[in-house]
Design a protein around this ligand. Structure first.
Ligand SMILES: Cc1cc2nc3c(=O)[nH]c(=O)nc-3n(C[C@H](O)[C@H](O)[C@H](O)COP(=O)(O)OP(=O)(O)OC[C@H]3O[C@@H](n4cnc5c(N)ncnc54)[C@H](O)[C@@H]3O)c2cc1C
Length: 809
């Protein structure tokens, strides 16, 4: 065994093998993989090997597409049979909502170049004669689906990596990990120690235990999962003889099951409601290529449906039942990337669909390690999308919820209940008393909208407009015509202080730093000129800054800041030690002025001022800005003051007709002001030139990514963020939710990033990227919303107050 290596990958399942392979592909060949038993000994060996490209997140779908396309290549290069059967796959819908979901999935697939077809139930029956047509109304057919041999694939990755110089040590258990002061690692195994620059935790069923070796509690949990294999079926043999190929795979939403051909038989797996976590606290190291005891009673409801939907199954014997564990993160997507706060430590775990996703996970992690950038938009898989709040118990609640909803639709306006409420701010009870409908983000409850008194605070889930629509419209009117109050604690807040802070931030930010007492907007870029963050920067003193950014990216962004930290600079994540309320609307100044001695007249407190003042008896930092685009203030206080602040503003606002508004109204208001948002318009795959962030780009100072920006400005961006006015279907109006394809001249030319109905302006609006040469004001496009191509006109400026006067009055 080597005593040192550039990288030690811990775990020889399909994921670890893929990481090893991709590292060698990118030229890192001093890499080793350590496996406690044999390759595949964790969850990999007993997998059903099914693979598909369909995923609710288009970026994950793209990586799945890459994975599926990789198998022929590694099979050829390694000489290892991967058992590839590209049978195609049917996702079967039994009702209108599911059909809508499939249409939306098909539409998203278009701009990724995925060719999926919507077909009728009769066509589905023709392709898959075992199904009973009456239970379905249609299906999505995807050619790029099938199944592989799990062990063959893992060995093929491993063989290719070995050919390139990687070494694999089987029957070698990593028992401890110790970091040296220089950030390198001593990997302690039962066969000796390896000194490594980087470690990768691809421990699969033991990823949590490997994390604990360095004091990490990764949000990952294994669930029991069952599939059964029937005796050989004459129907299958007949189909194969008649067509010369395998039956396609089937995903059946109603039965919460998947079904595919296995030899001359059928394999049927379920995601049962009565799901059971496996080893919820500690995975035993003694577990080795074992299976769990099957429990057919648990999956009986799914089997009953299966026997109805596929009657031939009811009369055939069951040859084998497999029950095995595999791992999930709370939202079902993998955990990939550098572990926040730990140098040279990477994870690639919680991969619940190793044969759909393993290749993409390996590729992006290897790129991240080698190039410092994953090269794709992997936000949905970033390990930093969870914070410390994703504890063992939270993970348990969320994973069970996710597992049991595997084949359920999560609507764009749906908020799932498990693990909530977790973080609440002091005004939670006050807002609940005002009939708040709550959402949760990054563990924190935040008000979405306020139901009318006497009505149940609940939102209908739908792809179209919900019962919130008229109420949110009223909230928007309150803000635009009187004054609205909302909670704004759901920002990430950071404080940067200490000598050298200003110089440090200036090198990170594209905009010039504001003067003391002022705020401005800025972007932060990577070396390639992509947007890694978008922040409001408030300067409290020479070397004292508050940064406000996207809350969901709190761990993601703080990892980035800390990774660039300069000596002497202090970077603090403020979390809920600073909470906020925001007043917005033409009456906002009058309300706030009535409770503070500081003059708020524009000449004394102009737009984008940030100052420490007293509001009533409460010490507060007050920024004169809001995301509504109206006159407004964000008032930041320590949590112990927030209730008093709420009561004070609420009372003071009564004469001015104050009303509460929530996140839904905020999203509507920001759309009519053409304000983009992090994780939608601004993501690490876009540049500030494409995103038209020109006001935050000042080329008078040096910053990370500047050279790339200058080069792009010189040649012009290939694509541009457009702002669209959409004409919805008058019969059944629906607004965009994001990821819809944008058509022009009969072809898909771009995609929507986000949008909303702008209630005050009465327009359905969207943002989306299109080729720059097409981004001409007034140009007509079509946006595909739930299977319908709706006209969309590209607008040159915000539909409301393009000169920005309302914010400045
Ligand atoms: C019944 C069943 C059916 C499935 N069907 C499908 C399917 O059809 N399609 C699909 O895509 N996925 C399927 N899966 C899921 C699939 O199995 C997983 O996504 C995949 O196996 C994850 O691979 P992994 O490499 O992350 O983890 P694992 O396979 O668990 O590999 C982790 C490896 O790390 C090793 N290890 C851990 N800790 C250490 C240590 N300290 N030292 C050394 N080695 C260590 C372990 O021994 C293990 O071999 C199924 C799973 C089950 C249970």
């Amino acid at each position: 065994m080597k005593s040192s290596a550039q990288v030690v990958v811990i775990g020889g399942g399909v994921v670890g093998a893929s990481v090893l392979y991709h590292l060698t592909e990118l030229g890192w060949t001093d890499v080793v993989l350590v496996e406690r038993k044999e390759l595949t000994a964790g969850s990999t060996w007993h997998a059903a090997g099914g693979m598909h490209t369909l995923n609710g997140d288009p970026n994950v779908a793209k990586l799945q597409q890459y994975t599926v396309g990789l198998y022929r290549e590694i099979e050829q290069r390694s000489g290892q049979d991967c058992g590839i059967h590209m049978s195609g796959g049917l996702t079967l819908a039994g009702d209108r909502e599911r059909m809508d979901w499939l249409r939306m999935a098909q539409a998203r697939g278009r701009y990724l170049g995925m060719e999926m077809e919507i077909i009728s139930a009769a066509e589905a029956k023709r392709m898959f004669p075992l199904l009973e047509e009456q239970y379905f109304i249609g299906a999505l057919f995807d050619r790029a689906e099938g199944h592989v041999d799990p062990s063959g694939v893992t060995r093929a990755y491993a063989a290719c990596a070995r050919q390139a110089g990687a070494e694999i040590y089987q029957h070698t258990w990593v028992s401890d990990l110790r970091q040296r002061p220089d950030g390198t690692w001593d990997v302690i195994t039962d066969a000796g120690e390896i000194h490594a620059e980087h470690i990768v935790n691809a421990g699969g069923l033991w990823a949590r235990e490997v994390g604990r070796m360095i004091g990490l509690e990764l949000p990952v949990l294994a669930m029991e999962h069952m599939y059964l294999i029937t005796e050989d079926m004459p129907e299958v043999a007949e189909y194969n003889a008649a067509t010369g190929h395998y039956l396609p795979m089937g995903m059946d939403f109603d039965g919460e099951l998947y079904i595919r051909q296995e030899g001359g038989a059928m394999l049927l797996g379920t995601y049962e409601q009565a799901c059971v976590p496996w080893s919820p606290r500690q995975t035993p190291w003694t577990f080795d290529q074992q299976l769990l005891t099957p429990d057919l009673d648990r999956i009986a409801p799914s089997l009953e449906i299966a026997f109805k939907h596929y009657p031939a199954l009811a009369s055939v014997g069951i040859k084998k039942v497999i029950n095995g564990p595999f791992t999930f993160a709370p939202d079902g997507n993998p955990l990939v990337g550098p572990v926040p706060g730990v140098r040279n430590c990477w994870v690639a775990c919680a991969v619940m669909a190793g044969f759909s996703q393993g290749g993409g996970v390996g590729l992006t992690l290897a790129r991240w390690m080698v190039d410092g950038d994953p090269g794709e938009d992997i936000w949905a898989m970033d390990v930093a999308r969870f914070g410390d709040w994703a504890s063992l118990a939270y993970t348990n609640a969320k994973v069970r919820e996710n597992y049991s909803r595997r084949f359920r639709i999560t609507f764009p306006n749906e908020e799932l209940p498990a693990g909530r409420p977790l973080h609440t701010t002091p005004v939670y009870d006050r807002l609940t008393a005002h009939n708040a409908v709550w959402g949760a983000s990054f563990g924190l409850e935040h008000p979405l909208w306020f139901q009318r008194p006497g009505e149940e605070p609940r939102e209908d889930v739908t792809f179209r407009r919900s019962n919130a629509f008229p109420v949110v419209a009223e909230e928007c009117v309150t803000v635009r015509e009187r004054v609205g109050l909302t909670e704004c604690s759901n920002f990430a807040k950071y404080r940067v202080s200490g000598a050298g802070s200003a110089d440090w931030l200036q090198r990170l930010f594209t905009n010039r730093l504001p003067r003391a007492g002022r705020i401005n907007l800025t972007a932060a870029l990577d070396r390639g000129g992509h947007i890694v963050g978008e922040f409001s920067v408030a300067r409290a003193g020479r070397d004292d800054f508050f940064l406000f950014g996207s809350q969901i990216a709190e761990a993601h962004h703080s990892r980035w800041f800390l990774g660039h930290l300069a000596d002497g600079v202090r970077f603090d994540v403020l979390g809920l030690s600073l909470v906020g309320l925001s007043l917005a609307g033409p009456g906002a100044r009058d309300v706030l002025q009535s409770v503070t001695g500081a003059s708020l007249a524009t000449e004394d407190y102009p737009f984008m001022t940030f100052r420490r003042i007293d509001v009533g008896m409460i010490p507060a930092y007050v920024g004169r800005m809001t995301y509504t685009g109206d006159l407004g203030y964000e008032i930041w206080v320590a949590p112990e003051y927030q209730r008093a602040l709420f009561d004070l503003l609420w009372q003071a606002g009564r004469p001015y007709g104050i009303g509460l508004f929530g996140f839904r109204a905020l999203m509507s208001l920001r759309m009519e002001k053409m304000f983009g948002t992090w994780a939608r318009e601004y993501r690490p795959v876009y540049t500030p030139v494409e995103a038209r962030m020109h006001r935050s780009l000042k080329l008078d100072h040096d910053f990370i990514g500047r050279a790339a920006v200058e080069a792009e400005l010189a040649r012009g961006p290939a694509r541009t963020l457009g702002y669209f006015d959409i004409t919805p279907d008058p019969a059944e109006p629906a607004d965009v939710v994001g990821d819809e394809p944008i058509w022009h001249g009969g072809a898909v030319v771009g995609w929507v990033t986000s949008g909303a109905y702008a209630h005050y302006s009465r327009r359905s609006l969207a943002f989306g990227y299109v080729p720059s040469e097409l981004a001409v004001p007034g140009a007509m496009f079509e946006v595909e919303i739930i299977g319908q191509r709706r006209p969309a006109r590209l607008l040159p400026e915000p539909v409301l107050d393009p000169a920005g006067r309302r914010m400045r009055i």
